[in-house]
Design a protein around this ligand. Sequence first.
Ligand code: COA
Length: 292
Amino acid sequence: MAPVPYVVPLVDSTAVFKPEIFKGKVLFCTGGGSGICRGMTEAVMRHGADAVIIGRKLDRLTQAAKELSDTTGRTCIPAQGDVRDPKTLRDAVTKTIEKFGRIDFVICGAAGNFLAPIAGLSENAFRTVLEIDTIGTYNTIKATIAHVRASKGSYIHVSATLHYNGTPFQAHVSAAKAGVDALSAVLAVEEGPHGVRSNVIAPGPIDGTEGMERLSVKGVADKQFAYPSGRAGHVKDIANATIFLFSDAASYITGQVLPVDGGSEHMRGTMVPYPQSVLDPASVAHMIKPRL
Ligand code: COA
């Protein structure tokens, strides 16, 4: 029988961390109305925090806020805004302070993406993604920093791993996310002495998200990536990393980039079948030089 790879289990953060570690804290999350950021928000709320989610579509945001409040027993409110427009972010911050009086955690998560080759990408398309991801992150930091300083709080920026290599059709996002990583590092250094931490979570491919739907090439998705952890990512995997990085257990961690991708960043462009080659090295002996 062929060897079977180990598949890491999916756990809830509440099975590992105490449910009340974020009691009295307030989260401000851009892009929190859907996908990964919504999952991050839900997890933070499950540990006792209240939240404000920011996005462009008020209907979707209002519905998400209601569901998040219902499922967690905490309070989530929507604030309509576009991270490209600093005024809407300032208004969202004002709404947050009026409702909750503080901001402890910020997730800079709003992002735009699509597959397009450099030669086919319009100047406006390239600029749009940089404006959402990179300038949007800057705008979010600028709008929130005074309050995060006051609470000695913490930032998490949602980036990616695709810019570690030259990923085809992702020039706009690669440039944008490299900028996000750099902003986070500077934020950590400048604001560390004020008691603020800043880290990046770099998700790999996450099943069931709009991003994965948009970015996976039909019919090839399953074969595009290889996972040392045995499976594609789940929103919960990103949520669990969020809980850790916002928690006091990570109080000495700042200015870091944490890929949460089941190890797949190390698996780009494998030359041998995976995972068969690591489960049964002898099966690929004919393909690689002696001394396996
Ligand atoms: N391929 C090539 N160009 C594209 C594109 C695609 N799939 N989608 C948008 N663009 C271009 C547009 O053509 C336009 O350029 P142009 O003026 O030269 O024609 C430019 O990008 C801006 O697009 P527009 O739709 O006017 O801007 P927008 O602000 O409404 O939305 C995005 C831009 C990127 C946010 C949009 O794709 C979107 O709404 N995405 C949903 C969120 C998302 O991407 N989630 C996944 C996160 S991983």
